[in-house]
Design a protein around this ligand. Sequence first.
Ligand code: CTP
Ligand code: CA
Length: 226
Amino acid sequence: QHSQAPTGPLQGRKVVVTAGGTREPLDPVRYLTNRSSGKMGFAVAKAAQRAGADVTLIAANPTLEAPEGIHLVKVQTAAELLEAVQREFSDADVLVMAAAVADYRPAEVVDHKIKKTADNQTMSLKLVRNPDIIQTLAPTKRANQLMIGFAAETNDLIKNAKKKIQSKKLDLIVANDVSQTSIGFNSDNNQVTFLFGDGRQVKTPVESKQKVADQLIEIVAEEFKS
Ligand code: CTP
Ligand code: CA
């Protein structure tokens, strides 16, 4: 049962948000992952709920509690995340891909703990590409659905984010400088540039992830007004 705000600009809209970092197992006791905390995605989910939306939060390895009324789907790997997004996107109005999806996964998952051996001083891991979730979903996107991505960059933020908005056919990208630890990954604060499909750019000050999320949801609400 979803308890949601009785009114609000996103009332009657379904918003799907992904959050967190995927984990790609290597053997029963090890995995590859990244520094994503999930805080940004959780903040977006909360903002959407406050705006009256019906919110599904697909969380990769969450450490946070989902607010009451938000439909939480927990996943581990990029493959599981893709499956969950495919299931939830078809009847959604908005998809916000805040998850940090592993670009590669170990080519094979060993079913026993990998042992070190006396004569092996080095070890190589073979990795294979994970599917791009946004690009997989893009061909199924309807004109009245919004797809929003994040771009985590350590350099050439705007240039790289512009490339991603095009290659992923996004309506909006939230460009995020992750070179400083005071903002971005695992921090409570963030500073982003909203980059629109038409080239418009809006830079936010350093502020809480919740404030950034609130602004993002305001932009989404604007889009549905027009
Ligand atoms: N993304 C995705 N599927 C992937 C990888 C990323 O849907 N397999 C999404 C992320 O959730 C994010 C956007 O694509 O919304 C950009 O992710 P990012 O890692 O910044 O870009 P990549 O396209 O993976 O490029 P790179 O990491 O090489 O910069
Ligand atoms: Ca990536």
